[in-house]
Design a protein around this ligand. Structure first.
Ligand code: APR
Length: 230
């Protein structure tokens, strides 16, 4: 076992080849839906049914999706490296279903719901829908266990500590447009190998010593894992 810690930061792009829409690419979710209406605490207060419908549909789609080669390749790293931590902005469970054993969900999880009043009262709901009137154990309305815009990111501190202690950093499939998650990339030790897999040119790359695999995750992550496990 290599005594090294690999930290992966992933976004919607790693699930694109599993058939799940990203947010900001052409045809992405934020082209079809108004973020404020379906992914903010204000939207929830204004029209909870619209929010529930948005996540019920995404939950069903995520449950029907399969982990792709990128998810499977990342899981393979755990066979050779002492510690592999996946910090994901994704709310699907494709990393877990692909075999990764240590996944931190910064923005919540579709397959979980929680009390509208008590964010610690969380329950697994698999691919079930949440309807208005569905109650948590405390008698309050059930809501998606998702971090909406305008809400705190409870796992941020844990994620920051992982990045600060990384020996290798891998970024895959995120535009790094949303804070505080995007700020994680600035916390890694300076002199470690840093890789990014994304078909797009990302602005921050210009002034950094990142090794950029300018291709889809399904090929780029597989190539990188082959290099790291040679
Ligand atoms: N392989 C790798 N990367 C890809 C692929 C692919 N097949 N397809 C698209 N990408 C890249 C895009 O180039 C882009 O950089 O994935 C990134 C997707 O960016 P976004 O759609 O902004 O998704 P993400 O970065 O995960 O968004 C972050 O924003 O709306 C919030 O909560 C939401 O967690 C989400 C956060």
């Amino acid at each position: 076992m290599l005594k090294k810690k690999i930290v992966v930061i992933s976004g919607a792009g790693i699930s694109a080849e599993s058939g799940l829409s990203t947010f900001r690419d052409a045809g992405g979710l934020w082209e079809k839906h108004d973020i404020n209406e379906v992914a903010s605490i204000e939207g929830w207060k204004k029209n909870p049914e619209k929010v529930l419908e948005f996540y019920n549909l995404r939950r069903k789609q995520a449950a029907e999706a399969k982990p792709n080669k990128a998810h499977l390749a990342l899981a393979k790293l755990e066979k050779l490296y002492e510690e592999v931590v996946v910090i994901t902005q994704n709310v699907d469970d494709l990393h877990e279903r692909g075999g990764s054993g240590n996944v931190i969900h910064l923005h919540g999880e579709l397959c979980k719901a929680r009390s509208e009043r008590d964010e610690l009262l969380i329950t697994d709901i698999g691919d079930s829908s949440i309807k208005l009137g569905d109650k948590a154990e405390d008698g309050c309305q059930l809501r998606p266990h998702i971090v909406w815009f305008g809400e705190l990111v409870p796992m941020m501190e844990k994620a920051a500590t992982e990045v600060e202690n990384a020996d290798i950093l891998i970024i895959v499939g995120t535009s790094l447009m949303v804070y505080p998650a995007a700020g994680l990339v600035n916390l890694s030790p300076l002199n470690i190998p840093k890789y990014i897999i994304d078909p797009a040119d990302l602005g921050f790359l210009k002034n950094e010593d990142w090794i950029h695999y300018k291709e889809n995750a399904g090929t780029g992550v597989v190539k990188l894992v082959q290099k790291l496990t040679r």
